[in-house]
Write a protein that binds this ligand. Structure first.
Ligand code: FAD
Length: 321
């Protein structure tokens, strides 16, 4: 059944985040031959419309307003609701990012719709659209179908591959005028922690350090390896609690959830709360001095050894490739 599916793009520092293109790929599956419409919200976003189309959107609608320069739940939900009222879609897909996790439930409540959150796979099978999502902190997966009403889902970054970019693809980029009013929050300024290199939640390679790195300086060899592999550095809560690194790097149940192609855990014991944030990574390598460490139970490759010897060796070898 062909459907019209909207995709909310996510803009950061003037660029579309990768998860927006993954959401377009999910929307293509959900549309089953119907139309995929990208939605861009901000103060000046129309220039990004063509890139959205190159990644598979059939057309793009922008809602631009000075009040939408920074994300606020009130502002964004007013803008998205206006597009929904205009377009009357059968589906809506949003990235399962901080923004998506905040705005999607608000929209679902306004629309009196269900919401399938944190989707890692989507397929059209047996006349149904089947959504897969992790449960019990990633220890099991459930499959869901929508039997009635809007097909509304958030998708976990790094799980659904974006479509091949086609720079020859064209489509209409139009703007919708929406009066943004009664904002209960006004963001005056956003001060981001300076982070080096790749964004942790979208990184294809994550080098994570635990209490085993022993100090802030102990993260040095991990940063070197991350640089060589164009990856991001992450951490266990143990390392964050010990003040070896910032909490923005924490991976796990109460930190970020990552699903890179390669996750290298260095000096991390593998507590259940840490596994909740990384066990769905495609390939897991664990480096730990203790052969009994729990992390080896989820690792595809295990190296029993001192991370301060193993990590620099890996860096030197990868440099040769
Ligand atoms: P440790 O458990 O101390 O492990 C250190 C490891 O390093 C050991 O296995 C040791 O053998 C190894 N090691 C030491 N030196 C070396 C060396 N030189 N070379 C190689 N290996 C070495 N944790 C998270 O990570 N993320 C979360 O989101 C999270 N949320 C939590 C929520 C709750 C409600 C609770 C109660 C806990 C949470 N935790 C979380 C904490 C979690 O239970 C663990 O305490 C934490 O993950 C341990 O961190 P660690 O593995 O770095 O430290």
């Amino acid at each position: 059944m062909a459907r019209k599916v909207l995709v909310l793009g996510e803009v950061r520092d003037g660029s579309l985040r990768n998860v927006s293109f993954e959401a377009v790929a999910a929307a293509k599956t959900a549309a089953e031959g119907g139309e995929v419409v990208g939605v861009l919200i901000g103060d000046s976003v129309s220039a990004l419309g063509s890139e959205f189309i190159h990644y598979g959107a059939d057309r793009v609608i922008t809602v631009e307003d000075e009040k939408l320069k920074q994300y606020t739940p009130d502002g964004y939900s007013q803008a998205v609701m206006a597009v929904i009222n205009e377009e009357k879609p059968e589906g809506l897909i949003i990235g399962h990012t901080s923004l998506g996790k905040d705005v999607a439930p608000k929209l679902a409540a306004k629309l009196e719709s269900g919401l399938i959150s944190d989707v890692t796979a989507l397929e059209a099978a047996g006349g149904n659209l089947v959504f897969t999502r992790p449960i019990y902190s990633g220890k099991a997966f459930e499959k869901k179908i929508v039997t009635d009403g809007l097909i509304f889902a958030t998708i976990r970054p790094n799980n659904i591959s974006p479509l091949q970019k086609d720079e020859a693809k064209t489509g209409d980029v139009s703007s919708l005028s929406v009066e943004i009013k009664d904002l209960r929050t006004i963001i005056k300024e956003v001060v981001r922690k300076a982070s080096e290199g790749v964004d942790l939640s979208e990184a294809k390679v994550v080098i994570a350090g635990g209490r085993g790195v022993k100090s802030e300086e102990g993260f040095g060899p991990l940063k070197e390896l991350a640089k060589v592999l164009n990856g991001a550095v992450g951490a266990s809560r143990g390392a964050c609690d010990a003040d070896y690194c910032d909490y923005s790097l924490q991976i796990g149940q109460t930190g970020k959830v990552v699903t890179p192609d390669l996750y290298i855990a260095c000096g991390i014991s593998g507590a259940i709360q840490h596994l909740a944030g990384m066990s769905n990574s495609k390939v897991i390598v664990a480096i730990n001095k203790d052969p009994e460490a729990n992390i080896f139970k989820v690792a595809d490759y295990g190296i029993v050894g001192d991370l301060f010897e193993v990590v620099p060796m890996l860096t030197e070898e990868f440099k040769k490739l």
